[in-house]
Design a protein around this ligand. Sequence first.
Ligand code: URA
Length: 267
Amino acid sequence: MRLAKYLASAGVASRRAAEEIVRAGRVTVTGVVVSDPAHDVNPTDSIALDGAPLTHAPARVVYAVNKPAGVVSTVRDPQGRPTVVSLVPSDTRLYPVGRLDIDTTGLILLTNDGELANRLTHPRFEVEKTYRVLVAHPPVRDQAIRALRNGIVLDDGRTAPAKIRRIAADTLELTIHEGRKRQVKRMCEAVGHPVRRLERVRFGSLGLGELKPGASRRLTAAEVARLSELTPAGAAARRSASASSAAPPRRRAGSAAPGARRRAAGS
Ligand code: URA
């Protein structure tokens, strides 16, 4: 396994941050400083960070949190506002999987597995996120729905086609697989319906369910496995872990390989 990946899966930092840590010369492998994040390590190597041995990788944990408004989705906030990490009663070092705006509520995942967090937010895996959106200036007409479905030209390019369900005259359910900044708000604004309230109700295979605002729960092994399977690396790891299974990697129904879909979408 690559050194940076090992550090990320040990919960030391996200993969990118782990690469920086290695480049800074803070990591030794069997007593020798290694500054190449791609350096190959194996479980018998003794690896130390700033001189402190990493004895073994802690168990992977993933939490679902129902983020209330006013909470930031970063690990720390220089302005001292509450963070999603502070909502979880865990001693493990946790990282948010992606971001929600401070006024957005709903489902956000936290994990100590930087590698999993990386994969779930990487654009190439196109993990779907579903938002319930209360908009201004109802009713939302068919023309606006069509425009959202087809993709909207924003200042950072055209959005990929979205799945839209009209729940009420002023409420939509919108499913996208991109994670651009303020994307849902900008899409709705562009069709004349500024967002009044935004809640994420689904992240990939996981729904918000009955989780109360501010509450969190640790995901079961089966839920984590289903999330991992949304990315080919996760599927591959699970396949090699269960030698008895010869099943092919599962893909979401109707979806092609991520690379093929990306090319087809022109992004
Ligand atoms: N889209 C937004 O506009 N804001 C969020 O917080 C998430 C998606």
